[in-house]
Design a protein around this ligand. Structure first.
Ligand SMILES: Nc1ncnc2c1ncn2[C@@H]1O[C@H](COP(=O)(O)OP(=O)(O)OP(=O)(O)O)[C@@H](O)[C@H]1O
Ligand SMILES: [Mg+2]
Length: 306
C-alpha cells in the first residue's frame, strides 16, 4: 500500500491525487483535546481544481480538520503541506501569508455584525493591501455580483436572510481570488431551495474561477451534487474515499451505517418542515428566489441563525 493511502479505498488508485498535483496534503495528522482523540492519523492528498467533500457525523472532527489545514489549529503530530510547502511548522506571521491563498467560509457565517456588507467585504483589502477606494468598490461589487447579490452593500448582516448571509460569506472568501476555498457546512440551516442555490454557487465558482474547494458537510444531497470526490471521516480517519456513488455503495458496515442514519435524519427534518407547528422562523415560501432576492429582504435574522 502506498505510504499515504488509507484503507479501505473505494476508488481505483489512478483517481487519487499524486503528491505533485496536490494543493493540500495531510500526512499522518493527529489532533487531540485532553483525553479526546479527534484526528487519529489522517492521510489525504487533495487534488487541484476539484471539489472534495468531507462527510462525517457531528463531532467527528470535520471542522478541526479544516482548521488544521488553514492553521487555526496546529496538529499534535503529522505534517500539513500547501502547494508542496510544509505549513504546520510555520510561524503565525508566515502562516498568515499562506492563508491569503485560502478562502474560508466558516460554519457560522462569521460576518462582522457591526459592519455593513460593503465593509465586511472590503475588510481583507483594507487589512492586506493598499488598494484605492474606487478599486475596492469595484471588487466588492464584482464579488457580490458573482454570488448573485446586488444592492445590499449598505445593509447589516442581521438584515439579511440566512441564505444571503452565506452568500456574502462566500463572496468574502473568494474576493481575493484564493487558490483554495474551504467551506464548513455551507448549507446547514438553509431550506432545500437555498441549499441548492449554494450548491450551484460552489459549482459556478469552480467553473468560473477554477478554484479548488474542500467542502465539509453532513448534507448528503450537497455531497452528491458538488463532490468530484467524497471522503468519509469516522473515528479520526477517512474510512471511505471515492465518487459519491462509490462511497454510497460501499459494503463497509460503518459507511452503510453513516448513510442510513443520515438518510433517516433527513427524513425527520423534512417531515418537521412539512409540519406547520415546527416551522422555522423563516418561512420556506420566502426562499423561492435565491438570486437577486435583495430587493425584498426577509425579516431580520440573527447572524448566528445562518
Ligand atoms: N478548541 C477545542 N477545544 C476542545 N475541544 C474541541 C475544540 N475544537 C473542537 N473540539 C472537539 O473536537 C470534536 C470535533 O469537533 P468538530 O468541531 O471538528 O466536529 P465536527 O465534525 O465539525 O461536528 P459538526 O458536524 O457538529 O460541526 C468535538 O468533540 C469538539 O467538542
Ligand atoms: Mg463542524
Amino acid at each position: 500500500m502506498p505510504p499515504h493511502a488509507e484503507p479501505p479505498r473505494t476508488s481505483p488508485p489512478e483517481k487519487q491525487a499524486t503528491a505533485s498535483s496536490a494543493i493540500v496534503e495531510l500526512r499522518d495528522v493527529h489532533k487531540r483535546f485532553g483525553q479526546q482523540v479527534v484526528l487519529d492519523g489522517v492521510n489525504v492528498a487533495i487534488e487541484r481544481g476539484k471539489t472534495t467533500v468531507i462527510l462525517g457525523p457531528s463531532g467527528c472532527g470535520k471542522s478541526v480538520l479544516l482548521k488544521c489545514i488553514v492553521g487555526l489549529l496546529r496538529p499534535d503530530r503529522g505534517q500539513v503541506f500547501f502547494n508542496t510547502q510544509r505549513v504546520d511548522t510555520l510561524s503565525e506571521s508566515k502562516y498568515a501569508t499562506v492563508r491569503r491563498h485560502i478562502g474560508f467560509v466558516f460554519q457560522l457565517s462569521a460576518l462582522f455584525d457591526s459592519m455593513d456588507i460593503f465593509e465586511n467585504l472590503a475588510f481583507p483589502f483594507r487589512e492586506h493591501t493598499r488598494l484605492k477606494e474606487p478599486e475596492i468598490r469595484r471588487r466588492v461589487v464584482r464579488a457580490l455580483r458573482l454570488v448573485d447579490l446586488r444592492g445590499i452593500e449598505q445593509k447589516l448582516p442581521s438584515q439579511l436572510s440566512g441564505g444571503q448571509q452565506k452568500r456574502v460569506a462566500v463572496a468574502r472568501a473568494v474576493i481575493q481570488k484564493p487558490e483554495l476555498v474551504l467551506y464548513d457546512e455551507p448549507t446547514t440551516g438553509l431550506d432545500p431551495v437555498r441549499a441548492a442555490g449554494i450548491n450551484s454557487l460552489i459549482k459556478k465558482l469552480k467553473q468560473e474561477l477554477g478554484v479548488t474547494s474542500i467542502v465539509v458537510t453532513h448534507d448528503l444531497e450537497s455531497a452528491r451534487a458538488i463532490g468530484d470526490r467524497v471522503l468519509l471521516l469516522i473515528g479520526g480517519r477517512f474510512i471511505a474515499d471515492g465518487t459519491f456513488a462509490e462511497v454510497a455503495d460501499s459494503d463497509d458496515p460503518k459507511v452503510r451505517s453513516f448513510f442510513s442514519t443520515t438518510a433517516e435524519q433527513i427524513d425527520e427534518i423534512e417531515a418537521a418542515q412539512r409540519d406547520p407547528a415546527t416551522q422555522p422562523h423563516e418561512p420556506i415560501a420566502e426562499s423561492v428566489s435565491v438570486t437577486d432576492d435583495a430587493e425584498t429582504p426577509p425579516p431580520p435574522l440573527s447572524s448566528t441563525d445562518a
